[in-house]
Structure formats: structure tokens, C-alpha cells
Ligand binder design. Structure first.
Ligand code: 5AD
Ligand code: SF4
Length: 450
């Protein structure tokens, strides 16, 4: 499979001043990674953009008359069995009249003002989605940020992943997933429950519910992930439930309440924040502020005080200053993470952030990543060290490296190494934690097996 998207033809008609001429070139640039190449006429174009001018009433009227012609052209082509042409209005008429344009000429698919050209890839992708079409951009086939952990497989041990949701509608400006994986979609609850029952019947004691935006899960009847967790928690033998990855915007009250009330829901939450700077969060199109994130953390901790928090972080997003990065460090200090995934910003052509000014130098990114990792590593060690002396219920998963050793997991997703009989695999037993390292704990059986 080639990484290059099939070529689509783009026609931009530019009205008015030099500013518009310049903007038309920029629009062509941001659309080229989606496979659009420029063409000289609207005939045969897959996407037509009218980059408009509002300076005189006459100029505006010209736009409406052009739109009428485009509508006819589209209808003729559809009647001949051709592909549907997408019609967009950009420029100053778009800015001034906004959605009014779509009311006056319903053939228009999208309206985009000059402030939002960097969002064109998102807007075009959304337009295609609303028609049920997939837009194949020239993103690498298996982008490293696109890959979900292995999905809904046959039971192979005492823990299993279970895909319940796919896709993403969030359009973070750095991320390819909304383009490559398409819209948010949830599996029917009954199918999920059936698979979970089957897994439990095969000896699975712990499931991790998976989705790119797992907490955007909806069962179609108004129930979200909290409700699904409650439903799955009733399955005999299924003692532990986890889920990943969550978005702060979808962290609802019902899910937070489930953390307080559902014993099987493990006290671990992976809640990516990406940055602690509101300016950067806005440029990332995250849809939340640092304060909102901290508020959620507070609510979750009120529901489940011992919860282990984990996050994703990006350093060196375009325009990130030292002060913005400091804000990230400060947020990390305030939250106190049990684990984390950190990334240097990586430019993904076709995503809006790729064409932003202020790309951060590689050496600066590396330096910030190292400083962030130092802080997060210390937090992870501290979180693990705090378990020493405690007795934790451990699910025994598999034999360890040394004969006579088993490896299990604490409720907080820590690996626990322990000398114990193999018969304990698949059981949950109390373990006294005797030592802690960065990546794992060591323990000894506290009681006979439960
Ligand atoms: N550059 C760096 N990190 C990225 N992620 C997604 N896209 C990018 C990118 N372009 C990270 C985010 C996300 C995780 C799965 O991958 O932190 O949460
Ligand atoms: Fe990418 Fe943002 Fe969607 Fe996560 S929420 S998959 S980072 S666009």
C-alpha cells in the first residue's frame, strides 16, 4: 500500500486583493497532504474553493451567482455517475456572512473564514464524514500514534483487551487519528457484554476496555462508559475492569461515580493532558484548560482517593515557550502521576499544527523531554515506594523469570514480582509489598490464596 493518497483535484477561484492570492496558496499547501493537487478549471474538480472578497456588494453577488453555476455543474456530473464535488466558501464573504451562506445556497458544503484556514484539513475531513465517506490522507499506513493495542482476541491468559470504541472526533491539531481512524464509533453494549462473558468463561479475570476515546463510549440509549462498566462488573469471574485511553472532555459524572462505587473498576486512570499551558492547549484544540483538567483530577480523587493517575504529554508543540513548558511541569507537580507517556512533538504533514509557525528546535525538544521525564520518573518512584509495607490484592498472571517466581499486577497496574506457587495463576491474593523500584514492586504472599 502506498502512503500517497490518490490524487484529488482542487480548484480555487480567487477574488479580490493580494491577501486573498496569498491565502489561496496557503490553502493549497495545507490541502496537499490530503492528496489535493491544483487544477485550472472547476470542471472535474473534487473540491472547489471560492476565496471571496466582500469589499463591494457587487463582489458578494458574484459569489452567489458563481455558487449557482457550481451547483448545476455538480448535479450534471452526479447525473453522469461522476464523483460528488465539494463546494467551499472562504475569504471575506465567509467571514462576514458565515453560515448565512449555507442558508442562501444549500449546495455549499462548508464555509471557512480567513482565521481558520489551518483547520481546512479538519473541515474537509468532517464534510466527507458527514456524507459517510472516508478521506484517505497520505499519512503513513500504520502511524505510531494511530495504533491501538491488540483488539478483542481470544483469551490468552488471565487478562484481556476488549475493544469497545474506535475513532476520534476531537481533532487535536497535532494528531492523525481523526483522519486515519475516522469518526467516533461505539460497539453495541450487548456484543461487548457477550464477549466479556465469553472471556470470563475462558478464565479471564481482568479486561481492559479499549478505544481511542474510550470514555466517549455511548450505548446508543444515552448510557456511557460508566453504565457499561456497571453492567460488565456483574459478570461472574470478571473481577477487574480497566479502560484506556480517555479524553478529559468525556470524563462525565457517571464514570467518576463508577470509580467510587464499582469495586471491580480498578483505581487507575490514564487521562492525557498533553500540556499544562492554556495557550498551547488552545492551539492543540484540546477543548479544555489546565484548570479544567485539575478540576477533573480533584473530582476523580474525591471519588477514589487512592487512584493512580497516568497521562500523555507532548513537549515542543509549535510555539511552546519556556514559560509554557514550565506550566506543564507545574501541572505535573500539582497532579502527581503514577506513570506517564511523554513525546517530543512530531510534525505530521496534513495536520493543522504541521503548518504552524514557531516549530521548536529538536535540541530544545530533547532538553524539555529530559526535564519532564526526570520529574515524572521521580513521581513514579515515589508512587511505587509508597506501596512498600502495604498489603495489596494482586492478580497473578504468569510465571516470572526465575523458577518459582510469579508476576502479577496490583490494582494500580504495577507489576509485582513474588515467590509463589504456580497454582495461583488466575487468582487474586493479598501480597505484602516489600520493595519498590521504578517499574515494579516485589512482594510476598500475605495470606493463603483468596
Ligand atoms: N507528536 C507527538 N506526540 C503525539 N501524539 C499524538 N500525535 C502526536 C504528535 N504528532 C501523542 C499524544 C497522544 C499519544 C497517543 O500520542 O500524546 O495522547
Ligand atoms: Fe488524537 Fe486528540 Fe483524538 Fe487523542 S483525542 S486520538 S490525541 S485527536
Amino acid at each position: 500500500m502506498s502512503a500517497q493518497a490518490p490524487s484529488k483535484r482542487l480548484f480555487i477561484k480567487t477574488y479580490g486583493c493580494q491577501m486573498n492570492v496569498y491565502d489561496s496558496e496557503r490553502m493549497a499547501d495545507v490541502l496537499s497532504p490530503l492528496g489535493y493537487t491544483m487544477t485550472e478549471t472547476p470542471q472535474g474538480a473534487d473540491l472547489v474553493v471560492l476565496n471571496t472578497c466582500h469589499i463591494r456588494e457587487k463582489a458578494t453577488e458574484k459569489v452567489y451567482s458563481e455558487l449557482g453555476k457550481l451547483k448545476e455543474m455538480r448535479e450534471e456530473r452526479l447525473a453522469e455517475g461522476g464523483a460528488r464535488m465539494t463546494i467551499a466558501v472562504a475569504g471575506c464573504v465567509a467571514q462576514a456572512e458565515g453560515e448565512e451562506i449555507m442558508r442562501r445556497q444549500p449546495a455549499v458544503d462548508l464555509v471557512v473564514g480567513p482565521q481558520a484556514y489551518h483547520q481546512l484539513p479538519e473541515l474537509i475531513a468532517r464534510t466527507h464524514r458527514s456524507r459517510g465517506e472516508r478521506l484517505s490522507a497520505n499519512f503513513e499506513p500504520q502511524d505510531k500514534f494511530d495504533a491501538l493495542a491488540p483488539a478483542g482476541r481470544k483469551a490468552n491468559g488471565v487478562t484481556a483487551f476488549l475493544t469497545i470504541q474506535e475513532g476520534c472526533d476531537k481533532f487535536c491539531t497535532f494528531c492523525v487519528v481523526p483522519y486515519t481512524r475516522g469518526p467516533e464509533w461505539s460497539r453495541p453494549a450487548a456484543a461487548i457484554e457477550a464477549e466479556a462473558r465469553s472471556l470470563a468463561g475462558q478464565g479471564v479475570r481482568e479486561v481492559t476496555l479499549l478505544g481511542q476515546n474510550v470514555n466517549a463510549y455511548g450505548d446508543g440509549a444515552g448510557g456511557g462508559l460508566g453504565g457499561l462498566v456497571r453492567r460488565l462488573a456483574k459478570i461472574p469471574g470478571l473481577d477487574r475492569i480497566r479502560y484506556t485511553t480517555s479524553h478529559p472532555r468525556d470524563m462525565d459524572e457517571a464514570l467518576i461515580a463508577a470509580h467510587a462505587e464499582v469495586e471491580a473498576l480498578m483505581p487507575y486512570l490514564h487521562l492525557p493532558v498533553q500540556s499544562g499551558s492554556d495557550r498551547i492547549l488552545k492551539a492543540m484544540n484540546r477543548g479544555h484548560t489546565a484548570e479544567r483538567y485539575l478540576g477533573l483530577v480533584e473530582q476523580v480523587r474525591a471519588a477514589r482517593p487512592d487512584i493512580a493517575l497516568s497521562g500523555d504529554f507532548i513537549v515542543g508543540f509549535p510555539g511552546e515557550s519556556e514559560a509554557d513548558f514550565e506550566a506543564t511541569l507545574q501541572l505535573v507537580r500539582e497532579v502527581g502521576y503514577a506513570s506517564a507517556f511523554t513525546f517530543k512533538y512530531s510534525r505530521r504533514p496534513g495536520t493543522p499544527a504541521a503548518s504552524l509557525d514557531g516549530q521548536v528546535a529538536e535540541a530544545e525538544k530533547a532538553d524539555r523531554l529530559a526535564r519532564l521525564n526526570t520529574l515524572l520518573d521521580a513521581q513514579q518512584r515515589a508512587f511505587n515506594a509508597a506501596q512498600a509495607g502495604r498489603v495489596l490484592p494482586v492478580l497473578f498472571e504468569r510465571p516470572g523469570r526465575n523458577p518459582g517466581d510469579l508476576i502479577g499486577r496490583s490494582p494500580y497496574l504495577q507489576s509485582v514480582h513474588i515467590r509463589a506457587p504456580e497454582g495461583l495463576i488466575g487468582r487474586i491474593a493479598p501480597v505484602r509489598i516489600v520493595a519498590a523500584a521504578k517499574m515494579s514492586l516485589a512482594g510476598e504472599l500475605a495470606l493463603e490464596s483468596a
